[in-house]
Write a protein of this length. Structure first.
Length: 136
């Protein structure tokens, strides 16, 4: 008696697909999570000679930085802004959550301009406005 070998081929009309929708959703959720929780620090874009103060202290890193140069220019994020646009900028940045505003004023900057910048920040709704100084 010989062995009878038979091969059976089954053909199906269905194709097997892997559903990538949940994976794509998860990637987008992770992307949104990291974008929301990331802290961005923007520099003013100016080289400023800050005044010295014996009572200076460290402030938190997450803050709005505004620079006032010796020649009276106001800078934020490497761009020059006008005094009139300070209020709108600060109001937009502190609207979501209250973060401190730090004014980096040059030691030889006009006091009048520095006071007007601080005033615009207060009018915009900033609760904490500080002037940056070096330790004495």
């Amino acid at each position: 008696m010989g062995k009878l070998l038979s091969s059976v081929q089954i053909e199906t009309s269905e194709s097997v697909d892997i559903n990538l929708s949940p994976l794509i959703d998860m990637v987008f959720l992770l992307l949104i999570f990291f974008m929301v929780t990331t802290v961005f620090v923007e520099e003013t874009g100016l080289t400023i000679d800050r005044p010295r103060a014996a009572s200076s202290q460290q402030l938190e890193k997450n803050s709005v930085l505004l620079g006032v140069s010796a020649d009276g220019r106001i800078m934020h994020g490497g761009h020059e802004i006008s005094l009139n646009s300070v209020r709108g900028l600060v109001a937009r940045l502190v609207e979501v959550r209250q973060i401190p505003v730090i004014v980096l004023a040059d030691e030889s900057a006009d006091t009048g301009i520095v006071v007007r910048v601080i005033d615009q920040c207060k009018l915009a709704g900033a609760e904490q406005v500080s002037i940056a100084a070096r330790e004495d």
